[in-house]
Design a protein around this ligand. Structure first.
Ligand code: SAH
Length: 524
């Protein structure tokens, strides 16, 4: 589903949006729609920056942390900014963790907008309590154990002026208590509940970062919750859950059993191609960092491609061979820029190096005539194609750099083998210092390497500290193919795992196998 390209003039200009608990999959469709066309995204500090990936790339992104004032004196500035941008005709998304109306002061912001005569829409989000229920597998209500759920703030201290919480009523509440913002005051909260008669044996939990790969939880009887928290080193912010349903969870929650749960993985694909891989890793439970080392651009000089496309149109070539999905998209894009269309390549046969490249053709309703059955490499493609091209004229659509294997192999059988650059792969200027630091500290454990070129670029930026971690196996390199593995070993680094199917999915499968093997090493 794609959002409307033009804003609807009848729509409001400010959206008070819940971002959910942190897992990007829990952003609502509506939230993604309005983010995609925002001019300003004003987000809370706790909203993971990753969620801003779906926002309009041209949007101004401002964190409330950077506004003047300190809590609660920030609020006049937040309200002022929303109103000022709305009046200037901008589409504004005010993005908050969880749900905007659950301890999010969304009600106050809506009121300020109403008073100013600014139209708004409220987009609900998955609140922390619901995320904790789903991702820890605690049934918040249960026919036998809990007939109600209370969302409670742990921020209001008992015996302090302005406190509106009735701890006696909460201690007697016939259901599950979900206490927000309470971790720093846990001893007081537990003491109040016990003082008012709550059973000290009531099952309880604290969870931080529920729904993400960084989720951590502790469980204890209510009376022991604070020492359990301290032992586990859990700090605020976190959610406290108190009630019998906490005991009715499985030994291992589905989320924490995901194959890559909690594993820190580096994705090095070019930024515009990384989304699918990042999403799949996140869904497997991984905590993903990104550092692209190459970028894909249209060829610096398009003239050779234009000439080649004209030759294809005029019947000068029998086969057009694609060695990447990028090449397919580049050819179609260039035809479009030239005011031409797919009929220009309508009579040639197509070969694709692997399933993703064939899928790229399918996006344009084109079928690859040849795709290797199993080995998705230059060698595999040359072997699959050789029987088909004897005496034929073969044009290779390729990147500005890469290996020469296909040309050399096909030249043995084809009558002519030509090559044309359809896109340029260029090195990204500077590696991300934050990611390099995380590698130095050993925080990122797995580095995925989807091509030799990317591997060479990345490893060139490693210093002795990172090299030492790789050599000791504290940082592990996972290669998409033996060819990429070879490139890594030639640079003197060990390869922890190699894919057996040379695709991104194959690379992820190799990572899953590696993690599984490590698991059995640790618990034989
Ligand atoms: N509007 C948010 C709550 C904001 S108050 C919502 O609906 O979830 C901030 C508190 O929310 C934190 O102190 C913590 O108690 C809780 N919280 C938010 N996201 C959380 C998460 N992913 N895991 C655990 N607690 C979370």
């Amino acid at each position: 589903m794609s959002p409307p390209l033009q804003p609807d003039p009848a729509e409001p200009t400010v959206f008070l949006v819940g971002a959910g608990p942190g897992n990007p999959g829990l952003l609502t469709v509506r939230a993604a729609e309005v983010l995609a066309r925002a001019d300003l995204v004003l987000h809370d500090q706790l909203v993971p920056l990753r969620l801003l990936d779906v926002a309009n790339p041209a949007a101004e992104k401002v964190c409330v942390r950077d506004l003047p004032g300190t809590h609660p004196d920030k609020y006049p500035h937040i309200h002022e900014m929303l109103i000022r941008y709305a009046r200037a005709g901008k589409t504004v998304v005010r993005l908050k963790g969880g749900d905007p109306l659950v301890f999010g002061r969304g009600g106050e912001e809506a009121e300020a907008l109403r008073t100013a005569g600014v139209g708004y829409e409220i987009v609900p989000g998955v609140t922390a309590a619901l995320a904790a229920g789903a991702f820890l597998e605690i049934p918040l209500t249960h026919r036998n154990y809990a007939s109600a759920v209370a969302l409670v703030t742990g921020h209001e201290l008992p015996n302090k002026p302005g406190n509106r919480l009735d701890w006696k009523a909460l201690a007697a509440f016939p259901g599950t208590l979900c206490i927000y913002m309470g971790v720093a005051r846990l001893p007081v909260i537990v003491a109040e509940l016990l003082k008012h008669g709550k059973n000290p044996d009531t099952p309880a939990a604290i969870v931080e970062r529920a729904s993400t790969g960084e989720q951590r939880a502790v469980y204890a009887r209510l009376a022991d919750l604070e020492p359990a928290r301290r032992n586990a080193g859990l700090e605020a912010p976190g959610l406290i859950v108190v009630g019998d349903p906490v005991a009715h969870r499985p030994a291992a929650a589905w989320w924490e059993s995901r194959p890559l749960f909690g594993r820190r993985v580096l994705v090095t694909r070019p930024a515009h191609q990384a989304a699918g891989m990042v999403r799949r890793l996140e869904h497997l439970g991984a905590v993903v960092s990104q550092m692209p080392t190459v970028e894909i651009r249209p060829p610096a000089d398009p003239a050779p491609l234009d000439r080649a496309l004209a030759e294809v149109r005029d019947g000068g070539w029998d086969w057009l061979v694609f060695t990447s999905a990028n090449g397919v998209h580049a050819v179609v894009r260039r035809l479009d820029e030239l005011g031409r269309d797919l009929r220009d390549v309508g009579r040639v046969k197509f070969a694709a190096i692997g399933p993703k490249t064939a899928d790229a053709l399918r996006e344009y309703r084109l079928r690859a005539d040849v795709v290797p059955a199993e080995t998705f490499s230059s060698e595999g493609l040359a072997a699959a194609l050789a029987p088909h091209v004897a005496g034929h004229r073969v044009l290779l659509a390729r990147a500005n750099r890469g290996r020469d294997v296909i040309r050399v192999e096909l030249a043995k059988v084809a009558s002519v083998v030509g090559q044309v650059t359809t896109y340029d792969q260029t090195d990204t200027a500077a590696p991300d210092p934050g990611v390099l630091d995380a590698l130095r500290r050993g925080e990122i454990r797995y580095v995925t390497l989807p091509s030799s070129r990317i591997a060479e670029n990345l490893l060139a930026g490693f210093d002795d500290t990172i090299r030492g971690r790789v050599e000791r196996g504290e940082v592990k390199l996972v290669a998409i193919s033996p060819e990429t593995g070879g490139a890594v070993r030639r640079l003197g680094y060990p390869v922890a795992a190699e894919a057996t199917t040379f695709t991104i999915d194959g690379l992820i499968d190799a990572l899953i196998r590696l993690v599984r093997e490590e698991g059995t090493e640790h618990h034989p």
